[in-house]
Design a protein around this ligand. Structure first.
Ligand code: ADP
Length: 269
């Protein structure tokens, strides 16, 4: 009755936009890393698989050449030369593969002292996109004594991301869907990180070779996720393994060396 009133609401979205941009950036970094490591795994596997037949080819060719040396046959010298060239090429193929393997293995890895809880938090925010729709309950139990680790941030996040994604996928359609992430400082100076699910458990046909590349039970699966995890964890001096949980579900655990807070403040290694 006394006139017109206007009400305005102002909200500063800078922080939110910044956070979104950061998440996107992280996602890009992780994707890049995933491709890079997948390439490395593929190169190693190929190198391993192809080296054996190449060695066999070289040996057969050497044998053939020796036989040809004794032969009085008219074309023997020409054949000998051809066989020798074939052997050279087989050796060259082996070198190409070895180079590829070395090149990929060299991949830049930058290690810094990182807070394990932060790594877990950041990896979770990426891994659990869509998990709420999948109705997964997530809980954390982080040991304060397992705080600082010396790692390549992106690589360890890649490990966490792979394990959490697998866990969420394993719980699709399961009656209980609970994901539990846990850290424990062990007596041997290692931090043990566990990603535990309440899914259907490991399929018997994969459990023996879980960490081998190209082992998968999924239609769309590449089967390189866990082998990448193993490569990364072992290059950090840790171990990774899986355990069937007594109440059903699977626990994937890996270790990382803990850095003493005093070591960091003293600036020493
Ligand atoms: P991908 O996910 O592409 O199949 P991975 O190497 O990540 O490749 O996993 C290999 C296989 O290990 C999966 O196909 C699945 O059968 C099994 N697996 C991995 N994580 C789990 C889990 N949390 N629960 C049950 N099975 C799992």
């Amino acid at each position: 009755g006394t006139g017109r009133f206007f009400t305005g609401f102002c909200r500063d979205l800078t922080e939110r936009h910044r956070a979104e941009a950061r998440i996107q950036e992280q996602q890009q970094e992780l994707l890049h890393m995933a491709r890079f490591t997948a390439l490395g795994e593929m190169a190693s596997t190929l190198a391993h698989e192809i080296n054996q037949p190449l060695t066999a080819i070289t040996n057969y060719l050497k044998g053939s050449r020796r036989l040809l040396e004794k032969s009085a046959e008219e074309h023997a010298p020409m054949l000998r030369e051809a066989v020798e060239k074939a052997a050279e090429q087989a050796l060259r193929a082996g070198d190409v593969i070895r180079h590829l393997r070395d090149f990929v293995a060299r991949g830049e890895s930058e290690r810094n002292v990182q807070r394990l809880p932060t790594l877990i938090e950041e990896a979770s925010s990426l891994a659990l996109v869509g998990a709420r729709e999948a109705d997964v309950r997530v809980s954390y139990k982080l040991d304060p004594a397992a705080e600082l680790v010396l790692t390549d941030r992106i690589q360890i996040q890649q490990v966490l991301l792979n394990l959490m994604r697998n866990a969420v996928e394993a719980m699709q359609g399961a009656p209980r869907r609970e994901l539990h992430v846990m850290t424990v400082a062990r007596d041997d100076g290692m931090a043990e990180v566990s990603v535990i699910d309440t899914g259907a458990g490991l399929a018997p046909e994969v459990s023996a070779q879980l960490f081998q590349p190209f082992v998968t039970t999924k239609k769309q699966g590449m089967g390189v996720g866990l082998s990448i995890c193993r490569t990364i964890v072992e290059s950090h001096g840790g171990h990774i393994w899986a355990e069937a949980m007594p109440a059903g579900g699977t626990a994937f655990r890996f270790t990382l060396r803990i850095v003493d807070k005093e070591e960091v403040t003293n600036g020493g290694e």
